[in-house]
Design a protein around this ligand. Sequence first.
Ligand SMILES: [Cu+2]
Length: 116
Amino acid sequence: MGFIKGKAAVLVACVVGATLLIAVPAEAATVSVTAGKPSEYKFAIPSSVKHGKVTFKVTNKGKIAHDFSIGGKTTPTLKPGASAKLSVTLKKGKAAYKCTIPGHAAAGMKGTLKVS
Ligand SMILES: [Cu+2]
């Protein structure tokens, strides 16, 4: 009977292994961010994102250059109409974001994203 018990153990291990594989997220979330809207020194951005790898697609719809900085990374300076993607890994909690162009964050281009 020892042989059968051993086989049963292998079967259980396989089922557990398969479940773990299925639980791994397949794709990074993409979040759209608009700079320069609703007003020049504002971002239009969702209030929360899921933790893990997140790709921000940032588009500048303002009349002057902006960028977007989060999780220690910053997009290139975006001219009006330009866009860029920024991939970062975010942990659960909060993530601060801002425009790094001098004066812009102070004028309102900053905020905090809830990371769930
Ligand atoms: Cu800016």
